[in-house]
Design a protein. Sequence first.
Length: 531
Amino acid sequence: SSSRPTAAGSAIGISSSVPRRGVFNDWKLDLFYTEIPHEFTSNYRLLWNGEGSDDLNLGGLTPGGTVNAATTQANIQQTLTQTEESDLGLVRKQGGFNVEKYLTNEWRVFGGYNLEKREGERPFGAVFGGGGGGGNVEIPESIDYETQNFLAGLRFDDGLNNLNLQAEASLFRNRTGTMTFENPLFITTNTIIGVPPTTFTSGRYDLYPDNDYYNLLGEYGRNFPDFYKARLTAVASLAWMKQDDDLIAPTTFSLAGGNINGVSTENVWNTTRANSKQSADAEINTQLFSLGLVMSPTDKLDVEGKIRYYETENKTEFFACNPLTGQWGRLLNDGSGGSFVVPNPTPGNNPSGTLQTAYNQAGCNVAAVQALGLVPSAGNVKIRNTPYDYKQMNYVLSGDYDLGRASSLNLTLEREEFDRAYRERDSTWENSFELGYTNRGFSFGTIRVSAEYAERRGDDYSVEADPNSTSAIFGPAPVANGTNVASWIHAPSGLRKIRPCGSGSNHPERPPERDRHRVDGRRPRSSVPEQ
């Protein structure tokens, strides 16, 4: 054995170096450190002081604007002309180590750790005012990220069997949890009444949350040299992604003197008790299992088969309801706007005398609201998140047959199945057949020709991917003359968001499916010009 320290470097970013040390067939240690700068813009005009912090204060403008929008806009333009251009960028620093140790000739352990930090600023689009925002402004988002990655594993290799077991963890931390910025705009309010636009002097964003990722991976391979030179492979992987960030209050303002749909807003939205839960409690888990077999039944024929299963499970749930008031919906842009649902006020939809506050008495209980049997004021108000997840199965069978020393024929059969939650189609499946020919016997290079046929099918199409996430589930649809029903037809069947083309049924709930025919031929072209 020999001990040999080495070092390697490259010109990536500011610096990049990888010193190594080890003993051949015994142990190895790699240390690395890199710094990579990234510039987003070099002509940014900064209106705020406190760049890089969690609190941005206007330097020469009045927060919330002045007497009207026109005067406020003129003041902003004048300040911009007097502001010098500056850079917005960040630097990524990463360092760590990888280590490997042989226990025997067959067994070895390995591990690693790295720490990555990103610090700086980048452009961030902020919206303020009204339901969708009465104005847009680009603020400098403060970046102060830290990610720690851990890896540990065990490997075995005796020439016939290969085994790899490893555990991995990635821990992300955002040192700037929330960012507050003073608002330079004179905004337009929406939904809330009784609160002047100049009240909204600042805005707050809850930035990327701290989150953890964990993964367990097992891989196994086995050679069968006496059984058609076969090799069996198997993979199993389990992963967990979690974050439980504390939720922030919908607004920082007291909203004194205001009301939304007849309910006072004073001091009932500037507290975390206005949220239906106090922390995110978000979790997404994944599973992956794969089994493959490769063999050569004859000297000219290679055959491969593979089965793969993948699943994501989303356990995240949030309801948009304020327990302090019982109101269903949410504030927008720190309270300057809102999106709420109440009983429909158009005469004829609900019993005479129905109050706007009728839903509030249900105490944020969906079943209790539905039991009232009242027609909601709108059908598209989001009241719940949609926890997207799915299951996927893949089956592949392929073969490659040598026609001669330089040519071969290959065939691939494949099937893919999706089972989705909260999609327009719960299940889809696709079958494909591909035949190819390869010839490497020409002096100018290799010729490849292939033909493919594939068909995709699925179950019935639903125009509403997640009907339980909107206010339409609170009660029956409106029937009274003069009712604005636009929010109930936001996804009509005649205007499908997804309409696969091709042959198939024209049934409104079973749209045309997709068939694919493809012929492909390739020959290399020389990069040397002809003389």
